[in-house]
Every structure is written in structure tokens, then in C-alpha cells.
Design a protein around this ligand. Structure first.
Ligand SMILES: C[S@@+](CC[C@H](N)C(=O)[O-])C[C@H]1O[C@@H](n2cnc3c(N)ncnc32)[C@H](O)[C@@H]1O
Length: 347
């Protein structure tokens, strides 16, 4: 069992703000605290939830975006289901007598992918939506999201910029080989990565899809990794960056969710205080108050807004002990960067 656990690896990810490379460090900072049940309230790629699952904790993953919820289902809640070669073949093949929908090929012409790729996406997303087993479906969506990200310049959907991928010019960035690799190849690789990550730690782990402020359960420890706001006030709006993936899991009502005035057909904005520097302090206060009976662990950056001292002071209102650690590594020490990864622990 132990050997099997060690062999399991978290898939590669291109998601903005993933804490994957800090997961071992975060674990080393919290491992001596007494806790068993844990909530990863802003779960994203699930990199921290996965680390905690590996350490034998009872993990609840949560994210406000539905596509991320599927990632939590595939990697955290799921403890044994994988996609077989037959499953993959079924997802990738055009079924006779099915009249496939055409939403992506009609709506996203010259936007993110080529026509041929859009036709493939319409077919695959329809085939995935018909999978009955929820964990197989979650792995298939996971592989589709990662494939979509891999083929995008900047790995984002913030602009209509297919031309960057297609134009034949010298580039100082990006990876044309990866962009041009067929969807099918990316998809199969990511299915394998997800399959390799599936394991049971003997606990009933869960994936949820709520606003973090609406979660009402008790946890020994709550891990908080909110969208980052830089010190000049710019916030990271994850729906803005990844609306296309959110569309894939809302395929049947995608049209109604789109802001049709936007050139790149993003989704209509949803109010989110975590992306607003005028409301973020209050949001931290409300969140810490809400989870004051739990150990609270916050990831932030030293150049973020609010400043670390401000976050510490808010946390001190609810916790007797507040401890801050800064990530340091050889690489960081040598570089000139001033922004550092920080965790603040209230217990
Ligand atoms: C910095 S990322 C988390 C990264 C994650 N720790 C990882 O390693 O991938 C922040 C996440 O919070 C989610 N989010 C934003 N507002 C939220 C809210 N009100 N409730 C729950 N999740 C939210 C975003 O969708 C995004 O995935």
C-alpha cells in the first residue's frame, strides 16, 4: 500500500497560480500540526489537496468553477476508477447515427482553435457528456482541459489570438510543437497522467463546487489559496482566464452564459470579491471569522495585496498564534526577484 502511494504522481499542470512546486514545502510547514480533516477551500488544480490526500488526511476539495470541481472529483474524490483503452477509444470515435452538436465550431471560428480542432472538440465533449460513471467522466474532462490549455498561447483564453499559433514568424516565446500536436495525442497523454494519479488513502474524500463563503462544515484545518491580487491592485479573475473550460462543462447552456459583446466570447462576469482590491480585506476577515474554529493556513505572496502584515493582523483577531513562513530556495536566493511565496498559519 505504502509503495503504491509513493508511486502515485500528480499530473503536470499549466494552471495559473498552481502551488504544485510549493506542495512539499507547505506540507513541511504544517505536518506537525494536529489535524485530520482538511478543506482546500480554493482548490484550483488540487495540487495541495492531493498532497494532503497522500499524507493520509481526510480531504475536502472545493472550487467555485465547475470545471475545477471535475478535477477534484477525478484526483481527490475518486479512489479507484481509471479510464481504460476502450473508454478512450469510445470517447475519441465518431458514433454512427449520432447527430453531433456544432456549438464550438459555430461560435469560436478563428478564436482559439482551428475549424478542424473545433469539430473534434464538439464531438469529444458530446461523447464525454454521455459517460455514465461520474469518475470516468471527470478523468475524461480533466484530460480534455489539460489538452485545451497545452494548445493555447499563454495557456489562457483571455484573448482571441489563434493567429499567434498559426502565423509563420520567429517567436521569442511559446512552443509551436506543443500547440500543433494533435488534440488526440495530448488527450491520451493526460488520460495516462490522470490514471497514474488515482489512489485511495482509505478516507472518504470529497470534491465540492461552492463559493468558499458558503461552505458550512467543520474541518480541523482549512487551507486558503485565494486568487492573487498584486500590489498595484490587479486581481486574477479565473473565470476570465479559463471561461472556455467552464463552457465545456456547461455545453448545453454555454450560449446563455456568454458575454456576446466580447470579441473572444468570454463568459459574463460574475461578482467575485476575491478579485476586487476594495473588498478583499473584508473577505479575508469574513473567511477567517467563518473558519475560526479550524487551524487556518493561508498562501500568499510577499508583494500581494493586502500586505502580509495586514493579513496577519486580521488572522490575529481570531487565532491566538499566528506564524508566517517565507519560502526560500537556492534558486530564489540567487535571483533578483522580490516576490516570495509565503504561508501564514493561525492556530
Ligand atoms: C490561486 S488559485 C488556487 C490554486 C491551487 N491552490 C492550486 O494549487 O492549483 C485560486 C482558485 O480559487 C478559485 N476561486 C475563486 N473565487 C472563489 C470562491 N469565492 N470560492 C471558491 N473558490 C474560488 C478559483 O477558481 C481558483 O481556482
Amino acid at each position: 500500500m505504502q509503495f503504491e502511494l509513493l508511486e502515485k504522481t500528480f499530473p503536470t499542470t499549466r494552471y495559473q497560480g498552481s502551488k504544485l512546486r510549493f506542495a512539499n514545502w507547505i506540507w513541511s510547514e504544517i505536518k506537525n500540526l494536529k489535524f485530520h480533516s482538511v478543506l482546500d477551500a480554493f482548490g484550483g488544480t488540487a495540487s495541495i489537496a492531493y498532497k494532503l490526500k497522500k499524507q493520509g488526511k481526510k480531504v475536502t476539495y472545493n472550487d467555485i468553477l465547475k470545471f475545477n470541481w471535475y478535477i477534484g472529483k477525478a484526483l481527490i474524490e475518486n479512489d479507484k476508477t481509471i479510464l481504460t483503452n476502450e473508454d478512450v477509444d469510445a470517447i475519441l470515435s465518431k458514433k454512427p447515427r449520432v447527430k453531433y452538436p456544432t456549438f464550438i465550431q459555430d461560435s469560436f471560428i478563428d478564436t482559439y482553435y482551428t475549424n478542424e480542432e473545433n469539430i473534434w472538440l464538439d464531438m469529444v465533449v458530446y461523447n464525454i457528456s454521455k459517460i455514465k460513471n461520474e469518475y470516468k467522466k471527470a478523468i475524461a474532462y480533466f484530460a480534455l482541459f489539460q489538452s485545451c490549455l497545452a494548445k493555447r498561447p499563454y495557456n489562457l483564453f483571455h484573448r482571441k489570438n489563434l493567429y499567434i499559433r498559426l502565423s509563420d514568424v520567429d517567436r521569442s516565446f511559446g512552443n509551436k510543437v506543443t500547440w500543433d500536436k494533435p488534440f488526440v495525442k495530448h488527450f491520451c497523454k493526460f488520460v495516462e497522467e490522470a490514471n497514474n494519479a488515482v489512489f485511495s488513502n482509505g478516507e472518504a474524500n470529497k470534491s465540492l463546487n461552492h463559493d468558499a463563503m458558503e461552505l458550512d462544515l467543520d474541518y480541523d484545518l482549512v487551507y486558503v489559496d485565494t486568487p492573487y491580487i498584486s500590489d498595484d491592485g490587479g486581481g486574477t479573475d479565473y473565470l476570465e482566464f479559463y471561461h472556455f473550460l467552464e463552457g465545456l462543462v456547461n455545453y448545453n447552456n454555454w450560449y446563455e452564459l456568454i458575454d456576446h459583446n466580447s470579441k473572444h466570447k468570454k463568459m459574463q462576469k460574475r461578482d467575485n470579491p476575491w478579485c476586487d482590491n476594495t473588498r478583499i480585506e473584508k473577505s479575508f476577515n469574513d473567511l477567517f471569522n467563518k473558519f475560526k474554529s479550524s487551524i487556518i493556513v493561508v498562501s500568499y505572496r510577499s508583494d500581494g495585496y493586502p500586505a502580509i502584515e495586514v493579513l496577519e493582523n486580521i488572522l490575529k483577531k481570531y487565532k491566538n498564534n499566528v506564524k508566517t513562513s517565507i519560502y526560500s530556495s537556492h534558486k530564489y536566493a540567487l535571483s533578483k526577484r522580490t516576490s516570495q511565496e509565503v504561508i501564514i498559519i493561525g492556530y
